[in-house]
Design a protein around this ligand. Structure first.
Ligand code: ATP
Ligand code: MG
Length: 421
């Protein structure tokens, strides 16, 4: 039997990992400047945590979760998103006791049993950033500025920021009812999923990707015409902060996003790039979630950014140069090979990337290997060099060769490689 990875799952090979790491380090440095701290929740939680927070009628919960029943008969699931886990940890460890406003981020894999396609996997990675304990709108603006800064620093341009307000527990139910009435007249053109959604969770119809449903919602009432005065004030202030920060956005009253816990601000960064999944980063305010999960009645806002889609959009820009060793040490003959092993070990202790050949190979083969690795310099040592006490150091770029004293060679090399301890 030949083993391959499962459909929708993929190996991230070393060459790609380098791209990921470069991106990750840029993202981390932006997050640091915004004062965010990393949290690492487990990737498995009680299924109920997700069903209660994300909502039973969402696609994620109703059909996309990887769930198993543990030995005690309890259902546990691989996380389909991170906010629920961060919220649980915030409540469980009373993080708000230390600091009433917590700015947290997490980075890691999410799991959804979706139909695999370009930009859509069953295991994918997200950066999640959450501000817990502030009701906004300044924290809304700050979080959106953070997402914009990350995308800019990553080198991505040409994304459109869509913005909406989903109202609150005061005004949304009224809108929901009006929408339900509107949709009840259109049942025959809705897809079968949306026929159900129209009854159980009508706002979800806005999120449907089926063309006919899209047409139906294009004439649907707009939530922005129905939000209450407080929500309106919050939304207007947010827009003013963004405009003042030179952040361009487009209002989109159909942006509801696939999770039930959102209130007020909802946003998404989308690409117009053809053939790609268009959502790169999505987020929103979730003022009711912490209380819903048994925690304090604290407001919060967060976003999730998909790494694979980001990297895909970066294309060659994200690639950069392959790293290369400073030195390759070629030992020729048994005695030299033994010596070389010790030198390499000691140079590495000084943090210098040095390579060697494990087996016994001739000079030609070793030079070929040094070349393939992209080594900047090669030290050649055979019996003659050991006898004379002088090795040959070759600069692989200029092809220049010079003698180097083998007595105290580790220190000599450190000097040459400009990495003195
Ligand atoms: P979509 O509308 O494309 O399904 P979504 O609304 O389900 O996206 P979110 O739950 O908001 O996405 O997740 C945030 C981000 O995570 C998305 O903007 C996207 O970049 C990424 N993402 C979501 N699902 C996947 C997936 N199956 N494969 C790869 N990336 C994903
Ligand atoms: Mg989705």
């Amino acid at each position: 039997m030949e083993f391959t990875n499962l459909k929708g799952f993929k190996d991230i090979l070393p060459e790609d990992v380098r791209v990921w790491q470069r991106l990750e380090s840029k993202v981390r440095s932006v997050l640091r400047s915004f004062g965010f701290h990393e949290i690492k929740p487990p990737i498995i939680e009680r299924t109920e945590l997700f069903s209660r927070s994300i909502g039973l009628d969402t696609d994620i919960v109703s059909k996309e979760m990887y769930s198993i029943v543990d030995a005690k008969g309890k259902s546990i699931s691989l996380r389909p998103e991170a906010t629920a886990s961060v919220a649980r940890a915030y409540i469980q460890h009373r993080l708000y006791d230390k600091n009433p406003v917590q700015k947290l981020f997490t980075f890691g894999p999410m799991f959804r049993r979706e139909r695999p396609q370009k930009g859509r996997f069953r295991q994918f990675y997200q950066i999640n950033a959450e501000i817990l304990g502030d009701s906004g709108p300044r924290s809304d603006a700050d979080l959106i500025i953070l997402a914009t800064t990350i995308l800019n620093e990553a080198g991505l341009s040409g994304l459109t920021l869509y913005l909406n307000s989903l109202g609150c527990s005061q005004c949304r139910p009224r809108f929901r009812q009006g929408l339900q009435e509107y949709l009840s007249q259109k049942t025959d053109v809705l897809c079968s999923d949306c026929q159900k959604r129209a009854k159980t969770n009508p706002l979800r119809v806005f999120d449907c990707k089926v063309e006919t449903c899209n047409e139906v919602v294009s004439d649907a009432p707009s939530i922005l015409d129905h939000i209450c005065q407080d929500c309106r004030g919050h939304f207007d202030s947010l827009q003013a902060y963004l405009t003042d920060s030179d952040i361009f956005f487009v209002l989109n009253h159909r942006l509801v996003r696939g999770l039930d816990y959102y209130t007020r601000t909802s946003f998404e960064f989308q690409t117009e790039h053809p053939g790609a999944q268009n959502a790169v980063c999505g987020g929103g305010r979730y003022d009711g979630l912490l209380k819903l999960l048994g925690g304090p009645d604290h407001p919060a806002i967060g976003f999730a950014m998909g790494i694979e889609r980001l990297i895909d959009l970066l294309g060659d820009v994200g690639k950069g140069e392959s790293p290369a060793p400073e030195l390759f040490v070629a030992g020729l003959g048994e005695k030299a090979e033994e010596e070389v092993f010790g030198w390499v070990r000691d140079l590495r202790k000084a943090g210098i990337w040095v390579e060697m050949e494990y087996g016994s190979k001739g000079l030609k083969a070793q030079m070929k290997k040094a070349d393939r690795l992209g080594a900047k310099k090669v030290l050649m040592v055979g019996d003659d060099e050991l006898a004379s006490g002088k090795g040959i150091l070759r600069d692989m770029e200029t092809k220049e060769q010079k003698e180097i004293d083998l007595k105290n060679i580790v220190n000599e090399l450190k000097k040459v490689l400009q990495k003195n301890e």
